[in-house]
Design a protein around this ligand. Sequence first.
Ligand SMILES: [Zn+2]
Length: 67
Amino acid sequence: MTEKKRYKCVACGNLTRFDVVRFQRVREFHHFTTGGDLEIEDEHTIEETIESVTCRWCESSKEVVEI
Ligand SMILES: [Zn+2]
């Protein structure tokens, strides 16, 4: 799994609620049972781009910083 970043909204002080739009390219090991059930056992992030982070409280995207 990817390490999740924490954010802070400088405008209103929000630390907990954000809309994050991200593009992620992953490689997964798909393990099927003979019955056809799928279990994803290994997930490796090849590439990840955070496209935008928006505060859910004040809807600002310019004031959000990584902490
Ligand atoms: Zn805010």
